[in-house]
Design a binder for this molecule. Structure first.
Ligand code: SAH
Length: 392
């Protein structure tokens, strides 16, 4: 692929010298004429110093995402090395009782725009940017060689693609098409994953370690799992011997899958209930008390303009969850919006505690599982924040 040149404005090279992988459009002085979305670009400072190579999308505010900070060929062999490094890291962290994990985590694996999730014998991929989309065929071949999955399925049906000027698409890319439901194992528990229609790529792999933590705390407790999706936290709680679990979600499909997940693991008791309701309404109308409450909502905030409104939403659900917590109970509360910074999230919980008139102390802070690594030069990659709180 042809490489074009881009020159930054004066004094705009600092972030790149610190290996930040993004260049915003405002930092660019000029680019060679014949570029298009996805073009490879060699980036230079205003003083003509080589800074690295990335790919361009003139439509996006993040105009360039960097692939390397060295003057080296960008192509299949560089991608293969990055993919094999990523796989080697997972080998260190994913235990034998788990066969589903994120293999490639975009900037966290120095491959901006590429997501690869493994679900047992299948891979589910997302090409989130025009720049990574250009290398799709090469990347699929590398994944076939390096992982040898039964099939590779594309789930590019998110809004992201539209912002990049790409069409939405879902379908098989290589090998066998996965069945409607693929069974995975996570920490010895069995879950079914709807690869074709489930949310994101089918399962929220980033919460794996936190599900384990909540499981450990659930014995003998009345557990409320809000925004339960397919029941992840609840199934862990059931295995640990929770007295009761209540899973609340607005999606009927998610709750149907949750029912199967309970059954697959042999938990058929009536003490595990699934409620299809809006969590805001449920928390307001329920009078029940719980010893352990999980709040894992979808991102309330998708851009900077929404921060204040999202903060009100987070405060509201946390306030009502705190009211439902038994004395001495636990609240595990999360935000997966990268725009809600950790200190802001903690302030929101402070405000909720004050209004609920409960004394609350943080006993643990959590993040995503190790297969979602955070590139230290790209702090924006740290999106999931969890606070485990004791409610006095
Ligand atoms: N904790 C889950 C993942 C949660 S994803 C796990 O470990 O797998 C967020 C979930 O919130 C989705 O299942 C979505 O259907 C649900 N949801 C979104 N808005 C909701 C609302 N207002 N009330 C209830 N559920 C909602």
């Amino acid at each position: 692929m042809k490489t074009i040149r881009c020159f930054l404005k004066k004094d705009k090279e600092r972030p790149l010298e610190g290996h930040h992988p993004w260049i915003f459009s405002g930092a660019i002085d000029r680019i060679d004429d014949d570029h298009e979305a996805g073009s490879l670009v060699k980036v230079f400072s205003s003083e003509n110093k080589f800074l690295g190579i990335g790919y361009l999308n003139p439509r996006s505010q993040i105009a360039i995402r960097m692939l390397t900070f060295q003057d080296e060929p960008v192509g299949p062999s560089l991608f293969k090395k990055k993919i094999e490094d990523a796989i080697a890291l997972r080998r260190e962290f994913i235990n034998k009782e788990t066969n589903a994990c994120r293999l490639i985590h975009s900037e966290g694996d120095f491959l901006p725009g590429l997501i690869v999730d493994r679900y047992a014998d299948y891979l589910v991929v997302q090409f989130l940017t025009a720049g990574i989309e250009k290398w799709k065929d090469d990347l699929v071949s590398i994944l076939q060689e390096s992982v040898n999955p039964r099939g590779i399925f594309e789930r590019d049906d998110s809004e992201w693609r539209a912002w990049e000027g790409l069409e939405k698409r879902a379908g098989s890319l290589a090998g066998e098409e996965p069945p409607d439901f693929v069974e995975i194992q996570e920490n010895g528990l069995r879950f079914i994953v709807d690869i074709h229609r489930g949310q994101k790529t089918g399962f929220f792999l980033d919460q794996r370690e936190n599900r384990k933590l909540i499981g450990r705390l659930s014995k003998g407790k009345r557990v409320l799992n809000c925004f339960s999706y397919t029941g992840g936290f609840s199934v862990y709680a059931a295995r640990a011997g929770a007295l009761e679990t209540v899973s609340v979600d607005s999606s009927e499909e998610a709750l149907n899958t949750a029912r199967h997940n309970f059954e697959k693991n042999g938990f058929k008791e009536a003490s595990h209930s699934l409620i299809r309701e809006d969590v805001f309404q449920y928390l307001r109308s329920s009078r029940q008390e719980f010893d352990l409450i999980v709040l894992d909502p979808p991102a309330f905030c998708k851009n900077k303009q929404q921060i204040q409104q999202a903060a009100r939403g987070y405060k509201d659900i946390n306030l009502w969850a705190l009211k439902r917590a038994a004395a001495g109970g636990l609240l595990y509360t999360c935000s997966c919006s990268s725009y809600i910074a950790p200190d802001l999230f903690q302030k929101i919980i402070f405000g909720a505690a004050k209004d609920a008139r409960r004394d609350v102390r943080i006993v643990a802070k959590t993040s995503h599982a190790p297969d979602h690594p955070i590139n230290v030069y790209h702090p924006e990659g740290e999106y999931l924040k969890g606070l485990l709180c004791q409610v006095v």
